[in-house]
Write a protein that binds this ligand. Sequence first.
Ligand SMILES: *[C@@H]1O[C@H](CO)[C@@H](O)[C@H](O)[C@H]1NC(C)=O
Length: 394
Amino acid sequence: MRVHHLLLLPAILRSAVLAYTPLSESTIQGLPSPGKDFDIKDGALLSPILIPRVPGTPGSEQVLQHFVDFFSDTLPDWKLSFQNSSSTTPVSNGKEVPFRNLIATRDPPWVEREGEVGRLVLVAHYDSKLTPKDFIGATDSAAPCAMLMHAARSIDNALTQKWDDMAGDALDELEDQKGIQIILLDGEEAFSSWTDTDSIYGARALAEEWENTYHPPLSTFSTPLASMDLFVLLDLLGSPPQRVPSYYKTSHWAYLNMADLESRLRKMGSFKSSPNHKSKRFSNEPRKKEPMFLYEADKKDTDRWTGGYIGDDHVPFIARGVEVLHIIPSPFPDVWHHPDDDGEHLDPDIVEDWALLTVTFAAEWMDLEGYLDDGKKDRRSAEVLKDELNGEMT
Ligand SMILES: *[C@@H]1O[C@H](CO)[C@@H](O)[C@H](O)[C@H]1NC(C)=O
C-alpha cells in the first residue's frame, strides 16, 4: 500500500498542518454563475457532451476534442496529457478498443520536479454506455464532466493570483506545494454486463500505469498515485434522488468539509434546488426544512459504512492506497441506465448546485479565500479577512 505520509496524521493534526480558510459569504456570492453554459441545447460546456460517446466511436473523439479545446483555448495554464490504452471487450469480436483518459494539471509555477507536489484530484468519466441504443448518460457522467470544467475555470484566475503573490515569499513546504488535477476517464461502462474485466477500462489502465511511473529518487511523492492527496469522484449527479452517503471512514474528514460547505451554501440561500433559495423565500419567513445532498455529517464510527459496495472508477485507486471521496447518490437516480438519462431529464438547478459545491470545495482546498474576486479587493483586505476568519475558528 502506498499511503501519503501526511494522511497518516489524524484529521485534527492534518488540518493544523494544511491551511484551510473557509470562503466568506461575499466571496461565494461573487463567484461567477455558469450562466447558460449548462444549457442542454446550446450551453458551451454541457451540450457538446450530450451525445452518445462509446469508446472508440466518433462521438467519443468529438467529446474528447471538446475537452481539449476548452482547456487549450480558455485555460492554457493547465498542462494536458493523455493516458491511452486498448483492450478487447465482450462485444468487440477480438478487436482492440481504444480508451483515452485526459488529464489536466495545474501546479504552482515554482514546482520544477514531478514528485514534489501533492494534488487535489477531481474525477468523472466521459464515456457513455453502449446500451440502451443512443444512450446519452446525462447524469452518467456528462453533467459531472461539465461541473469539473466549470470548477477549473472558476478557480483559474485565483490560482494565478495566489501563486503570483506567494512567489516572493518563503515557502512553507507542505502547504505551498499543492496542485490540482482534473481527470476525465474513458471506458467506465461495461459493454455487456458489469464484471471486473468488463468495466472501468480507463481507470484500471491509468491506476496501473501510474503505480509503475516513478518520480526521481528521493521525491516527496514516489509516483503520480502517491501525489494524489484526495481523489474526488463525481458520478450520477444532476437528477433526483441525490442523497450521497459517506462511504469510507478514511475519507470522512473530507466528506465533512464538503457537507459543511453544503450547509453554509443552503443557509445563504445559494442553492437553486432548495426551497430556501433567495429567490423563493422572503427574509422574514421561517426557513423550510430541506434535505441535504451530503446527509451523513453526523455519521458515527459504529454506523454502517458501505464503501466497497459500489464498483466505480475509484476502485483501482483505492486498492492502491489512494484516499477517495466518492460522490455518488445511493440509491442511484431514477433515470440510471435508462433511456431517460438525457438532457431533458436533468434538473438544471441540481446541476448548478453541484457545480457550485464543487467550485467552492476546490477553492477551499486550494485556500483561495481573498483571491476569487478577480483583483477587485486589495491584497491587504484579503489578509485581514483571513486573520479574522482564522480568529473565529480557534
Ligand atoms: C492518445 O490519444 C490521443 C487522442 O486520440 C492522441 O491525441 C494522443 O496522441 C495519444 N497519445 C499517445 C501517447 O498515443
